[in-house]
Structure formats: structure tokens, C-alpha cells
Design a protein around this ligand. Structure first.
Ligand code: ATP
Ligand code: MG
Length: 178
């Protein structure tokens, strides 16, 4: 199965983000139910590896923290924008948690993640270039800032790539301490 580690988002926050999902032709908006913040993409593993991943994540000792989503940006370059996202206010606790997860997964035998962690919540995939509307969209929403929320757990998700789009299922939830 295909796995990734992420923070789930409270329903009211997902609804709020869902309100950003308009005004951009060519965007494939993420269903509000599927909005999440990826901490570590794992990819395809067999049952044995999945158990090792679960054991490694169970051993991660992290503390609860508060997180604020703010700003909007894009991945990909001017010519070929690929995705639209909401960013995260600088957050040391989030960086620490992500580093702990990375260390635990490497100890469990996973290859190191080479890409630098860029915390974000993907709002849309851009299949065709939305043209100058993209710039306007980002500028108009640059001051977006959500209410802070408490992160008291992280989640191991499986991802099933269906024709209709990816279907995520929480496989395990790992609580953070006080
Ligand atoms: P689709 O691939 O059909 O567009 P998806 O990207 O939502 O759907 P997955 O590819 O299973 O579904 O990815 C699950 C999560 O992991 C998403 O948040 C995705 O952005 C992230 N992700 C996927 N591949 C990588 C990767 N190579 N590095 C970092 N994060 C990734
Ligand atoms: Mg993908």
C-alpha cells in the first residue's frame, strides 16, 4: 500500500479552506474532506514494512503545539505552475516533529527524504495553466490567515489512487503529549 504521514485538519478549518476553492479556471480543487498537511511521503510499502513504519511512528515522542495557516502560493515555475497551496506560519514545533518522524522512519529502514520540508496544504492541482488569473488569485488571497488550531496528534494515511482521484484513509493516529 501507499502511505504518507500527515496532520489532519479540523473540520471548520477545512471548510474555511474550501472557501478558497473558486475563481481559477483549470484548477482541480482538493475536496475539503481530503485537505491535510503532509509531514512525510512514504510511498509503496508491503505489509511487513508498514508494520515497521507503524512501530517507528509509535515511538515518536512529540509535544502538542498550535499551528496557523497563512498565505497562498504555488509550486512549479511561472511557465508550468503545478499546484496551489496555503502556507504555514513559521513553526519550530512543527519542524521538530517532522524531524523526529524523519529520523524514526530512517531508523526503520526507509531511504532519507532528500527534499527539504516545505509545510503546506495543497488546495488545487493545476492541469492547465490558468494564465494571468493565477497571479491575480494569489495576490488577492495573499493576506489569507486562518485561526490557529491545536495539533494534538499526527496520522498515518494510506492513499488509494482511484480514477476519481486519491482516496485517503487514516490507518493509525499517534497522539502528542502535553
Ligand atoms: P494524485 O497523486 O492522484 O494527484 P495525491 O498526490 O493527493 O493524488 P498521493 O500521491 O498518494 O496522493 O500523495 C499523498 C500525499 O503525499 C499528498 O499530500 C502529496 O502531495 C504528498 N506527496 C506525494 N508524493 C510526494 C513526494 N514524492 N514527496 C513529497 N510529498 C509527496
Ligand atoms: Mg501525488
Amino acid at each position: 500500500m501507499r502511505l504518507f504521514v500527515a496532520l489532519s485538519l479540523p473540520q471548520d478549518l477545512r471548510n474555511r479552506l474550501g472557501g478558497l476553492a473558486s475563481g481559477l479556471p483549470g484548477a482541480r480543487w482538493v475536496d475539503p474532506d481530503n485537505l491535510h498537511l503532509t509531514l512525510r511521503f512514504i510511498g509503496e510499502v508491503d505489509g511487513r514494512e508498514a508494520e515497521d513504519v507503524d512501530a517507528a511512528l509509535s515511538g515518536v515522542q512529540g509535544k502538542r503545539f498550535s499551528l496557523t495557516l497563512s498565505g497562498v502560493g504555488q509550486f512549479g515555475d511561472e511557465r508550468r505552475p503545478r499546484a496551489l497551496w496555503v502556507g504555514v506560519e513559521p513553526n519550530e514545533a512543527l519542524e521538530r516533529l517532522q524531524a523526529k518522524i524523519e529520523t524514526a522512519l530512517q531508523r526503520a529502514g526507509l531511504a532519507p527524504e532528500k527534499r527539504k520540508f516545505k509545510p503546506h496544504v495543497t488546495l488545487a492541482r493545476l492541469k492547465t495553466h490558468p494564465g494571468e488569473r493565477l497571479h491575480d488569485y494569489i495576490v488577492q488571497r495573499s493576506l489569507f490567515r486562518a485561526e490557529p488550531f491545536e495539533v494534538d496528534a499526527f496520522t498515518l494515511y494510506s492513499s488509494y489512487l482511484a480514477n476519481s482521484g486519491a482516496i485517503y484513509s487514516p490507518e493509525a493516529v499517534y497522539p502528542l503529549g502535553g
